[in-house]
Structure formats: C-alpha cells, structure tokens
Design a protein around this ligand. Sequence first.
Ligand SMILES: Cc1ncc(C[n+]2csc(CCOP(=O)(O)OP(=O)(O)O)c2C)c(N)n1
Ligand SMILES: [Mg+2]
Length: 576
Amino acid sequence: MAKQQKMEKPRAEWGSDVVVDLLKAFEIEYIAINPGATFRGLHDSLVNYGGNHAPEIILCNHEEIAVALAHGYARAKGKPMAAAVHNVVGLQHASMAIYNAWADRLPVIVLGGTGPMDTANRRPWIDWVHTALVQGNLVRDFVKWDDQPGSVEAVPDSFIRAYRLATTDPQGPVYICYDGDVQEKKLESEVGEEGFDKTLRWLLEAKKPVILADWVGRREAGFKALGELAELVGAPVLDQLGRFNFPVQHPLNLTGQSEKVIPQADLILALDVPDLEGATARRAQERGNRRATPLMAASAKIINVSLDDLLVRAWATDFNKLREADLMITADTSVFLPELVRRLKAEKKLGDLKDDIARRRADWGKIYEDKKASLERELKAKWDEKPVSMTRIYAEINEALKGEDWVLTNGSSQGKENLYLPAAKFNQILGKYKGGGLGYGMPASLGAALAHKGSGKFCLNIQPDGDLLFTVSSIWTAVRHQIPLLSIVCSNRSYFNDEEHQERVAIQRNRPVENKTIGIRIEDPNVDFGAMARTYGCWGAGPITEPKDLIKTLREAVKVVKDGKPALVDVVCQMR
Ligand SMILES: Cc1ncc(C[n+]2csc(CCOP(=O)(O)OP(=O)(O)O)c2C)c(N)n1
Ligand SMILES: [Mg+2]
C-alpha cells in the first residue's frame, strides 16, 4: 500500500490536527473508515499532518465493516483502534457493529463528524439533513460514553476521557463526534499539553499538603478518618460541601480560603472531588468572564481518590472538567482513608517530621485565625443593619439552638452556614442541592426531618425564598404528617443569584446595570411566607424586618418544633 512520505512532526495548525496528535499520543495504530465530508478535516489531518501512519487509514466499504474491524482488532490485541464514520448516515450504518462491541465489552474508539452546529455556517440541505441534535443520541444506549466537544480547546479532555472510559473494565465502545467547524478551525495557538503529562506517582513527603474533600462525609468511617488524617499530617481541609466533611471550627478547616491555601500547596489530596477544576481555581465572577483562574503552583502534584469514573454517563456533564492527576486511585474513600491512616500511623518517618508538621500546622493556623477574626468583624459591622444580615441570622440561630443536637437539612445559596454554624458531627450539615435545581430545600428538609423524627435531633432548614416558591405546597405535607422542622425563610425577595448574572452581562455590554432587577425580584407583591405557612395550618411568623425581633421569634418557633410540629419564620434579609 502506498504510504505518504513521512514528514517531521509539524505543529498543529487546524482543529483536526489536534485529534491526530491525540490518536498518536495514545498509540492508535489504525483508523478504519468509509470517507465522508463531515470528517473531511480529520481525513486531511490523518493524511497530510499525520503522514497516514500511526494511525494509518484502513478503507472499508461500509461503516459496519469499519467498526467490526476495529472490534476484531481490540479482541486480538487487547487495546483499541479507531473507526471514523460519516455523520448521521454513517453512524446509523455503524450502529449494529457498535452494539456488537458493546455486548462484547470491547473498546472501540468511534469518531464521527457533524454540523456545523452553528446553523449560520451550514450549506443548504446537505449540512442540515446530515446533522442531528445530538448525534450521539443514536448510539448512546450502547456506548460507554459519547461526546461532542464544542471547541478545539475541549478536544483533548474529551478524547482522554473517552479513551480512559473505553479501556477501563468493563470495557466498551465510545463515540466522539467532531463538529465540522471544530475540525476546520485554524489554530492561533498550540493547544496545551496538560493532558499528556500524566505520570503515576505517589508522593509521600510533601512540604505543604492540602486536602480537598467533597463527598467523604457521606459515610462516618470516611468522615472520622479524614479528621485523623488532617491532624496526622498537619494538612488543612478545604470542604467542597457535597457532604459535611470536616468540623467547621477545627483550626485546620480553611474552607473558603482557597486563594490563600491552594497556591502554597505542593501536594493536593483530592477526595471524592468531581469538580477538581473549581476546587483549585479562583472562581470567575467579573465582567462575564466564565473561566476560572487556576491557583495551583505548576509544580504541585495531585492525588485523586474517588469512584467518579465508575459513574460517568453521557447525558449530563456532571463529571466536570477533566483534571489530570499524578496519581489516580479508584477507591471508596470510606475504605481507603481509614487504611491510609492506619498505615501512616505505622510510618516511622512521621515521627521524624514532627517539627515540620507542627510548623506548618501553625502556619495554617494563622490563616484560620484571620478567617475567624474577619467573620467576627463582619458580624459586628452588620449586627444592626436592616434588612437583617445573613451573618446576624446565623448568629441568632446559634443562640436559639444552644444546647440542641441540631442538624441542618438544607442551606443558603451561598453555603455560608459552613462558615458560621459550629457543626462538628458526622452528617450535621446535609447541605444544599448538588444538582442546582430549585425547589429542593423544603421537600428535602422534610425528608431529612422525617428520617430524624423521634431521634432527639433538632432539624433546621435555612431556606432561600425563590427555591421555596417552587415547592411551597410541601408545607401542607409537613403539617399533614406532623414533621418537626424549623424553616427559616431568607427572604431577599429576589432570585438574587440571577441578579448578579444580569449585572455582569450589563457591565460587559455597557448597558444599564439598574435594569438587573427586572424579571428577577420577587416583589410587588411581596410574598408573606408566614401567612402562607398558616394557610397550610403550619405555625408561621414574619415577615420579620427588625433585626432585634428575630431572636424572640426564633425561640418561639424552636418550642413549636420541640413539640413535634413544623414551624416557619420568614425573615426579610440582605441579598447575601
Ligand atoms: C429549576 C430551576 N429553575 C431555574 C434555576 C436558575 N436559578 C439558579 S439560582 C436562581 C435564583 C435562586 O433564588 P433563591 O432561591 O431566592 O436564592 P438567592 O439567590 O436569592 O439566594 C435561579 C432562578 C434553577 N437553578 N433551577
Ligand atoms: Mg432569594
């Protein structure tokens, strides 16, 4: 077979060149195809950029043949090759062979083309009849994962994830669809090599290890072991709030201080953290900037312990941005952490490091003290402000619940309860919605309160107003079934999260910022949640507008709940 002349590896110039870089990086030997214009960019890159070598094109006369060929290769060789199939029609032809690979638990990397998804760039007819929304739907039920990266920058992550998923047991085919525009985009700069640099290393001796924890607290064994681990190595914990992971008032709890902590870390131990990008970056807030700014030192290493890869599905991208790790450990943290602690304790070296550990503990302790002092300053400054400040609400809750064994069943949109309420026990803060779907707070709190009914635990729901309006009739259920729960409605009278968005967009577009409240404020008429509770037969108070009235009402409400009934206090409060 005539081979293209081998050339020196040129720098990627087009979107589809990046795909070829990846195929080469993963040592894909062959790519079986029947040609098609929707992957003409990729085809050109295979031939003219990749030199038609590793991967080499294997021309087939039907897509079913192309995929079946790749299937047979995987069976014999124990690693995948690729197949490229033309859009909707090629994929339909390929589908049965993809199903066979699925049923045989074999990895096949199926690539495809589509679009352009941007309809403004489409040629008449053909680009339309050959584009689906979303093409992967056609084979989604029998591939391990499918994806359609929306930009050239997104191509490496997508490919790496697809390869990783295809080749981990149980193996299976994956499908990645490349938009014609993405393939044919002229590159202005080289795409980062980030994903290629993964090395497997376990670093035992770090100068400044930092722990990120998101869902560790789902089991008591993990929660306890995390506490011990932090103590043993003098590492601060940044709680990502998926569950309650670490005591709020522990001096190593530096939650909310990631800008000070992350840049100092030389080792990040990420425990059940699906959004590792968000956890290690400064969140983008200003001027419509969407991307977060990384905070980690380039030399810092990441150890990532989670079971996340076992639950990747193609529909929602709740697996978050791919973050390479120096050491990936697929393990249940509630099993892994106790064992890690056990082994650490047996390490002689730990004794030698005693002074270093004490020193870094003291360093982190300073950040904790600063954080505490700034929360106290904020509380003082805002004590008498009207509407009532959130910090005062938290302080008054602490006062009203003194001596109670309380559980927070839901939280504010900001998650600030993890700074202000002195939770220390396993599962003491159940936290807010993880899927970001409004209407969660009241029904989820009722479920939690039902679970704790009769246990002596006092259930508290910090309830944003907009969220409550979605499912307000759940108050009826609370009364009907006598579920003891104190709900404090934070009435900022706004779907405020979106007010912030409208402000950013207006600034970016140089449009009147004052219009940010239109279509967002829950005013005119104001909702009287106290009265609303009462119409359902629930004890209801408020709206409280005077800060000084809050504590008395809270104490009354606590009594009602201790009598086994639901109670609701509506507090008109500040936006944040
Ligand atoms: C079902 C659903 N619809 C719309 C949204 C978009 N959304 C996200 S946050 C938010 C505002 C929430 O308002 P509220 O619960 O009062 O909290 P606040 O931001 O005011 O603290 C909206 C509308 C969503 N997340 N879920
Ligand atoms: Mg609100």
